[in-house]
Design a protein around this ligand. Sequence first.
Ligand SMILES: *[C@@H]1O[C@H](CO)[C@@H](O)[C@H](O)[C@H]1NC(C)=O
Ligand SMILES: *[C@@H]1O[C@H](CO)[C@@H](O)[C@H](O)[C@H]1NC(C)=O
Ligand SMILES: *[C@@H]1O[C@H](CO)[C@@H](O)[C@H](O)[C@H]1NC(C)=O
Ligand SMILES: *[C@@H]1O[C@H](CO)[C@@H](O)[C@H](O)[C@H]1NC(C)=O
Ligand SMILES: *[C@@H]1O[C@H](CO)[C@@H](O)[C@H](O)[C@H]1NC(C)=O
Ligand SMILES: *[C@@H]1O[C@H](CO)[C@@H](O)[C@H](O)[C@H]1NC(C)=O
Ligand SMILES: *[C@@H]1O[C@H](CO)[C@@H](O)[C@H](O)[C@H]1NC(C)=O
Ligand SMILES: *[C@@H]1O[C@H](CO)[C@@H](O)[C@H](O)[C@H]1NC(C)=O
Ligand SMILES: *[C@@H]1O[C@H](CO)[C@@H](O)[C@H](O)[C@H]1NC(C)=O
Length: 438
Amino acid sequence: MKKMKLDMNNNQIPLNLKQNQVFVKIAICLILMWFAYHLYFSSSIQISTVIDGDDDHKLPSSPPPVVANSTLSGELQVNNTGIHEDEGSRECDVFAGEWVRDPTGPRYTNHSCNTIEHHQNCMKNGRPDSDYLYWRWSPVGCDLPTFDPQLFLEFMRNKSMAFIGDSISRNHVQSLLCILSQVEEAVEVYHDDEYRSRRWFFGTHNFTLSVIWSPFLTKAKIFEDNDGHSSGAIELHLDELDSVWVNEFSNFDYIMIAGGKWFLKTAVYYENNTIIGCHNCNKENLTEVVFDYAYRKALHAALDFITKANHNVYAFFRTTTPDHFENGEWNTGGYCNRTVPFKDGEIGMRDIDSIMRDIELEEFANAKAAMNGSVLRLFDTTSMSLLRPDGHPGPYRAFHPFDGKDGNEKVQNDCLHWCLPGPIDSWNDLMMNLVLRG
Ligand SMILES: *[C@@H]1O[C@H](CO)[C@@H](O)[C@H](O)[C@H]1NC(C)=O
Ligand SMILES: *[C@@H]1O[C@H](CO)[C@@H](O)[C@H](O)[C@H]1NC(C)=O
Ligand SMILES: *[C@@H]1O[C@H](CO)[C@@H](O)[C@H](O)[C@H]1NC(C)=O
Ligand SMILES: *[C@@H]1O[C@H](CO)[C@@H](O)[C@H](O)[C@H]1NC(C)=O
Ligand SMILES: *[C@@H]1O[C@H](CO)[C@@H](O)[C@H](O)[C@H]1NC(C)=O
Ligand SMILES: *[C@@H]1O[C@H](CO)[C@@H](O)[C@H](O)[C@H]1NC(C)=O
Ligand SMILES: *[C@@H]1O[C@H](CO)[C@@H](O)[C@H](O)[C@H]1NC(C)=O
Ligand SMILES: *[C@@H]1O[C@H](CO)[C@@H](O)[C@H](O)[C@H]1NC(C)=O
Ligand SMILES: *[C@@H]1O[C@H](CO)[C@@H](O)[C@H](O)[C@H]1NC(C)=O
């Protein structure tokens, strides 16, 4: 809002005709954006009760002059019950809600988006059911508009955004790329040897999007190949950040950062370059340390860095993503063959996820209180994700996994990552909603 107003003021009226035409185009563009912005928010409810003192964060209060047939805020019932306490109670809590049927279906397909990673390309890999594509996240007491790629790219003009974390962050960024590809196809401008960290550029919008693979956020030596076969315990430094993201931090205007399931793995823990213990090692001369300790330390170090950095960012901190392996784990024959979401209350969070999320919430609260200049927001997708056992590739992480098999052979299931298109697309609806709110 503030940004767009500034843009209008900054445009000086050019002198010759050619420039005038350009100016008119820009002006029309800006006006359209203004309408789009209002339209976008008009279909989300604005709970006007507790808006904190900052005027910049106020939402447009009057309905837009042109609204085709979208819901106006006044027509929706206001319900304050779901408000996110730790977020300053500004608006309804978009992370509390339910999945509702939506016949609209996905906004992209494996045809329209050619960057879907093989392991998440469920349609192409032959997943037979498609019901999982027809659900929409519906927050309690407010409407969540779907992602508007044109508006998002305009908003991100001249900006840079990075997703920092493990392969779930990559899954998330690939959903974003697919959604944005409807407006502009990104050009890859960087990748590391394993294609785990990558950077794309949207030339028309001067927007840079990165994904940075840093599963621990802190410095770690990992002895594991791409298939997950490990040849030694991870050496994890809990008090030293991973330079792969820290060195680039000052280039980013927005980040989406997260911890995750790598912390459950066998690892030797270091502090101050000295071994302090080990998780799951079963080595006689090493003290067993619970993973909770490491998780808290590492998240603390990462968030502390963001808090104290000279560079200001808008940072999302994403909570843990539950998996849905049933009757076993990923390596012991667990599978996920459900085809519809759970209803609220139908499934409980597993201990691991509760422990991780509790640590995340505590560390988030501490960091939030210490923020100075930067914005830190919780991206609390744990509960909504828990309700979607149907959204994973399962065996369809591989191309036609049952072809040429007699049914007795083992197939590897993926009940952690998400099919694309799939439920993770909703994460971007939420992200856009929060980004535009400021
Ligand atoms: C708005 O949409 C509703 C159903 O979605 C329809 O019943 C109504 O006639 C529409 N109103 C206008 C003015 O188009
Ligand atoms: C508000 O939402 C809560 C659930 O968060 C629900 O129990 C309650 O009935 C709702 N109240 C109104 C007035 O809609
Ligand atoms: C897309 O998925 C369909 C199956 O739904 C498959 O037949 C087709 O080959 C896929 N196309 C691409 C480009 O992956
Ligand atoms: C983007 O940067 C260009 C060149 O510095 C500038 O002319 C333009 O106004 C900027 N646009 C926005 C939306 O910041
Ligand atoms: C692109 O954005 C950067 C800031 O991220 C700015 O410095 C540069 O001038 C912009 N370039 C153009 C052509 O707008
Ligand atoms: C870290 O180790 C060095 C010696 O290697 C020691 O001098 C220093 O006091 C240690 N710092 C902390 C905080 O333990
Ligand atoms: C543990 O014991 C082994 C063999 O006894 C030794 O090589 C290793 O350095 C010891 N590790 C630590 C941390 O003391
Ligand atoms: C899932 O697989 C189990 C075991 O093979 C089977 O009993 C169950 O009926 C399947 N459920 C669905 C929805 O296909
Ligand atoms: C907040 O940041 C400003 C400028 O960056 C600095 O002057 C001030 O000391 C900081 N306040 C705290 C509490 O760190």
